[in-house]
Ligand binder design. Sequence first.
Ligand code: NAP
Length: 339
Amino acid sequence: MEKAPLIAVFGAGSIGCYVGGRLAAAGARVRFIGRERMAKQVATEGLRLTDHLGADRRVPPGEVDYRTDPAALGDADLVLVTVKAGDTEAAAASVARYAPGKALVVSFQNGIGNEEILRRALPGRTVLGGMVPFNVVQLPGSTFKQASGGALDVEKSDALAPFLAAFEAAGLPLHQHAEFRPIQWGKLLLNLNNAISGLSALPLREELSQRAYRRCLALAQREALAAMKAAGIRPAKLTPLPPSLVPWLLELPDWLFLRLASNMLAIDPAARSSMIDALDSGRRTDVDWLNGEIVRLAERNGVPASVNRRLVELIHESVAGPRRRWSGDDLLRELRAAR
Ligand SMILES: NC(=O)c1ccc[n+]([C@@H]2O[C@H](COP(=O)([O-])OP(=O)(O)OC[C@H]3O[C@@H](n4cnc5c(N)ncnc54)[C@H](OP(=O)(O)O)[C@@H]3O)[C@@H](O)[C@H]2O)c1
């Protein structure tokens, strides 16, 4: 019998362990590549994949193929890149060196243009952009919980055909799109909240339930929308309202927001931005590829970006110095003063 294709997950942290774990739990051949810390954890605990709707799947320790040597990419048929944007160059170098030339590469990362970095390092190979719309939070016991809804998005390609059944079987069907960049810009607008959430140190639902934090996000999004307009970029609509109306919704008083936007708060109470985890553990954040991307876009197009610039600075200050937990009112004052 022909062997099932080997799916390698490069940079198996929260997203990599969750997506790869769901594929493995449904019977796909999956190899995780990541850090020693995670390798040790899954070697004793295996993987547990839960979600906000109550699903609970397990991959026992003996069945999790988790390696720390990138040479383990050697026989991959599909490589899912799930490192943070700042680690894409290094990941690209490992994929170029070790993965077979025929392997399809999909970037499941936030930010704009990770797939371009991979393409530059992998000439002649097929590289696709991808997007994970839901939040994944790591809980004790190698448990990775999908904390909100949404389907995996990916650039349309015939090269995906051999793998579609595995994603379907895992309950994570791939939604293919001919035009992918607008989706990345649409997701970036939502990810501008990561910095605000990181500075609040609050779970997402608690943070977004407070008008002052939502007003901070509205400021960042309005600035981003102006920069995108100046650059001729039309972000995709990823929420029930078009992107241009989301800041208006965010600014509503709590009682009205709760009534009109309950879907935005349909998040597990445990869900938190990975920015908080990065700040807690002193690891590098991806703020330079989120709010920082808006700063660069605005600069290129001669429009202001002082709110997003200040958010980038505040995250860098949190990494470098004492950690301040910003109240919504204080952060809003700080961002307004920056304008
Ligand atoms: N978490 C979410 O809810 C979520 C949701 C949607 C999209 N995303 C996006 O998905 C991507 C992954 O996010 P994440 O939360 O899964 O990040 P993460 O938990 O930090 O996972 C990435 C893992 O890759 C490891 N890594 C980095 N460079 C490596 C290398 N060269 N070789 C082996 N391992 C390497 C990291 O280790 P070190 O930290 O030790 O470097 C980390 O364990 C990001 O672009 C993020 O923005 C995340």
